[in-house]
Design a protein around this ligand. Structure first.
Ligand SMILES: [Zn+2]
Length: 119
């Protein structure tokens, strides 16, 4: 999470907390009854601004990890192995038709993912 985003989230939480403390103090302290209307307005404004901060910051975008998924195709007859990038509909033991090398039947032996190196 970028630093500014973290800070804005903190501000949003703090503003919400202050608003709630104000609301609670109205109901606890009778002396504040006269000011309750004003305190309520302040509380609402704080809540609104905390949401504004939250929405302006935007939800933290999910980290786009481009995973490299590899499908391993093996031949039942000659043991030829071929790797290619994963394609939609690939699953383990799926029949892949003729082997390129010996015309035997080939199938998907395994599917694995390679995580990209973190910078
Ligand atoms: Zn083969």
């Amino acid at each position: 999470m970028p630093k500014t985003q973290k800070r804005n989230t903190m501000i949003s939480i703090i503003l919400t907390l202050i608003a709630f403390v104000l609301f609670i103090s109205i109901s606890i302290f009778e002396e504040l009854a006269e000011m309750s209307m004003m305190i309520m307005i302040i509380g609402v404004v704080l809540l609104a601004s905390s949401w504004a901060v939250y929405f302006l910051t935007g939800k933290p975008a999910p980290k786009e990890e481009v995973e490299n998924v590899i499908t391993v195709i093996a031949c039942r007859s000659c043991g030829q192995l071929e790797e290619r990038s994963f394609a939609q509909g690939d699953y383990i033991f799926k029949d892949m038709g003729q082997c390129k090398k010996c015309s035997g039947s080939s199938f998907i032996k395994s599917i694995y993912s390679v995580s990209p190196k973190k910078e």
